[in-house]
Design a protein around this ligand. Sequence first.
Ligand code: AMP
Length: 282
Amino acid sequence: MQVFTTATSLTQQVRAYRTQNPLLRVGFVPTMGALHFGHIRLIEEAKNQCDLVICSIFVNPTQFNDPADLLRYPRTLERDIDLLDQAGCHWVYTPDVDDVYPPDLNSAFEIDFAGLDQVMEGAFRPGHFKGVAQVVNRLFSIAEPHYAFFGRKDFQQVAIIKHLVKVKNIPVQIVPVDTVRSDEGLALSSRNSLLSDLERKESLIIYKTLLAAQDWSKTQKDAAKLKIRLVELFNQGTLQLQYLEICDNDSLRPVSQITSTCTCCIAAFCGKVRLIDNLPLL
Ligand code: AMP
């Protein structure tokens, strides 16, 4: 696996690759490192669909609204590089902050999210999605992929990135990939490494509540009533709920009636660790 630390060298190489192999596909998997099998699933999917797979590892400061969260964010670069190598990733980009945001970059990044950033994560993490869109926009301009792979675990992020490529006319196809969970159902997350064994067990209430949402929504079509029951169930556990929403898959707005195009989304604190997860209501 080839390791790139500068945007200039990566862009140069990917352009050469694309010129020499006009029919081959370049796939891209952006990550913040501290890799787990959820990330590796994205690499596998990229390998299934593409000929050259590029992964980036960059803890993007502009998407952290809480400086303590940024400081606490786990960093395991050497291990990450080994994991990517074993997974058969071809190239990895591991820049520092100045390489992604050089002082001379014409950097005023603006985007109208058409309200997608006003709900759920956006409401509780002001500026988060602007930072996400900014870094993904920049990474796309560096890696110039045909396809980019994103986890459904970050449900709202997928909607934001699809919106980004549409409004900025970026020629990349966004591919969502299903959430990878532990055997017991906890969605894998880099932040899980900050949980104690007991906290991991207590965090299973998130998946339990999402499964109940899927089950109960078969008969309870009134979203407000369903939500009350789900919050009651969730609060039987020890986590602190930040939000539980049943939203429309496209607008991300809360629905009043359950249909086949909505998703139940949860954000909660387990101690100091903030966890998110979701499941579609089919
Ligand atoms: P992150 O490193 O947290 O920024 O995540 C990088 C990518 O991995 C994002 O597209 C995430 O949605 C995705 N991802 C994170 N956790 C999982 C998971 N458990 N299953 C599938 N994809 C995931």
